[in-house]
Design a protein around this ligand. Structure first.
Ligand code: HEC
Ligand code: HEC
Length: 344
């Protein structure tokens, strides 16, 4: 059951539904994921946990009081589409400046997450709660939103009880029922075959050539994008791929294989025709350019053997050079970890 099905209940105002979604969705989804062990979270087994929760809950439910009236799904959709304007560093109210960069969530989650395929958010509600290797504990949709806030958006976490967090989470949860209602043909992504990692190191030189031929026309020769208007506060028409307004070095997009997967599937926008080799090289080129740096990255992945092979920062649980984790070749690293698992 999806939490959104409760929307059919008679006599409940939308606000109550939002509240239920926040408090209850994790519990509901938790039933499906109960095979996953909560990662030793200290606040497990809260006495305030709802009686219907048969699943192990790693944390107490979200606060359910005082949900502001404007924390609607529609407000959530706007926050994903117009993040720069609504939460960006130029917001007239300094307390609302949560994002440090000037990307919108929808710069990566195309069509505010509703376009099936790579980085779609249509099935996000089903994916949580789940164990995050990066965080080293169980995470909810809200935690994942804040990971993108701090990394992809180079910003600060939204308070869990803020109207903005409640609205974004409610919007993302609403996409689940929307997805269920879509016909099979609409659910199918119109994307080229999935990216396959070439068995070699990426070439920054070749990547620069691809960039000049296929990307710079929109993202700019300098990679800094093109503003929508003269005003930074309005954000970009073509978002920056590096520089101060782009994602930081702790973001998923800063991993070369994650970026190559996205680029092969989605870029150039409207004409995604790159080969695996081109996507691989241009992803490495973009990610070799300067961008904001996130503090304390060495604390990611408390279990270092859980780090993805293309994690672009150490420390690692292996002896491969940092450069190889950034650009490959990845097969030797993958084989090393496969062999390690077998001997365990
Ligand atoms: C620079 C690109 C980028 C931007 C901007 C971005 N994200 Fe993400 N987001 C990603 C990547 C990459 C992933 C990881 C996908 C994966 O794990 O396969 C992700 C994952 C997620 C997920 C988990 C999806 C799932 O189903 O598991 C959520 C939720 C999410 N992002 C929300 C947001 C929100 C909300 C914003 C804006 C505040 C945002 N993202 C901005 C790149 C981005
Ligand atoms: C026709 C214009 C166009 C071209 C050409 C294009 N992009 Fe994009 N790209 C966009 C737009 C627009 C977005 C934001 C998506 C949105 O707002 O719907 C985007 C988003 C992105 C993002 C995620 C957001 C960010 O700023 O990091 C990456 C990465 C990206 N493009 C890489 C590339 C690469 C690599 C190429 C060349 C292979 C390329 N793009 C070519 C228009 C383009």
């Amino acid at each position: 059951m999806s939490p959104n099905e409760s929307r059919g209940l008679p006599g409940l105002a939308g606000i109550v539904i939002v509240t239920l979604a926040i408090g209850g969705a994790a519990v509901v989804a938790g039933l499906r994921y109960s095979a996953v062990e909560p990662g030793g979270s200290s606040d497990a087994a809260s006495p305030t946990a709802p009686a219907n929760s048969g699943a192990e809950r790693p944390r107490p439910p979200r606060p359910v009081t005082d949900v502001p009236e404007h924390a609607t799904e529609e407000y959530g959709r706007r926050l994903v589409a117009q993040t720069v304007e609504l939460l960006g560093p130029d917001h007239p109210d300094p307390t609302r400046r949560y994002s440090g960069g000037r990307l919108n969530c929808a710069s990566c989650h195309l069509a505010t997450g509703t376009d099936p395929g790579t980085l779609a958010l249509l099935q996000t509600a089903e994916h949580y709660p789940r164990f995050s290797g990066r965080a080293g504990n169980m995470t909810d949709v809200e935690d994942r939103i804040n990971e993108c806030m701090q990394r992809s958006m180079n910003g600060k976490p939204l308070p869990l009880d803020s109207p903005e967090m409640i609205a974004i989470a409610a919007y993302l949860r609403s996409l689940g029922s929307r997805y269920e209602a879509m016909g099979a043909s609409l659910k199918k992504a119109s994307e080229p075959p999935a990216f396959k990692t070439p068995k070699r190191a990426a070439s920054l030189e070749a990547g620069q050539t691809v960039y000049g031929a296929r990307c710079s026309v929109c993202h700019g020769n300098d990679g800094l994008g093109l503003l929508a208007t003269g005003e930074k506060a309005k954000g970009y028409l073509f978002p920056p791929l590096w520089g101060p307004d782009s994602f930081n070095n702790g973001a998923g997009m800063h991993r070369v294989l994650t970026a190559a997967r996205f680029i092969k599937a989605r870029m150039p926008l409207g004409e995604a025709t790159l080969t695996d080799d081109e996507a691989f090289d241009v992803a490495a080129y973009i990610n070799a350019q300067p961008r904001p740096e996130m503090p304390n990255l060495e604390q990611d992945y408390p279990d270092k053997t859980a780090k993805p092979v293309d994690n672009p920062y150490g420390p690692f649980a292996d002896d491969f050079p940092l450069e190889q984790h950034r650009v490959g070749p990845f097969q030797p690293i993958e084989e090393h970890y496969k062999a390690l698992k077998k001997t365990k």
